[in-house]
Design a protein around this ligand. Structure first.
Ligand SMILES: [Zn+2]
Ligand SMILES: [Zn+2]
Length: 83
């Protein structure tokens, strides 16, 4: 599912289905949700996914429980496991 035409440097794009809210480019404010590469599709700014999409913003795919500060790869609410 990776776009083979773009070179992935740094962190991979997040699993967008797990991101509950909009993520915007810090330079041009483009909506980044769904972006597969590591650059802004509008202004080509190199994106730091780890900074733009902090781990605590990730929700369970199954029940949308916010996985805030969890160290386990597992939802405490519904038991769904993650990669
Ligand atoms: Zn941008
Ligand atoms: Zn869950």
């Amino acid at each position: 599912m990776n776009n083979e035409t773009s070179t992935i440097t740094g962190a991979a794009a997040p699993e967008w289905r797990q991101i509950p809210g909009p993520v915007h480019c810090g330079r041009c404010s483009a909506l980044l949700n769904g972006t597969a590469g590591s650059n802004c599709p509008q202004c080509e700014l190199s994106l730091d996914w780890a900074e733009l999409v902090p781990q605590e913003h990730i929700c369970c795919l199954h029940c949308h429980y916010q996985l805030l500060g969890l160290r386990e790869q597992r939802c405490p609410e519904c038991g769904q496991e993650f990669d």
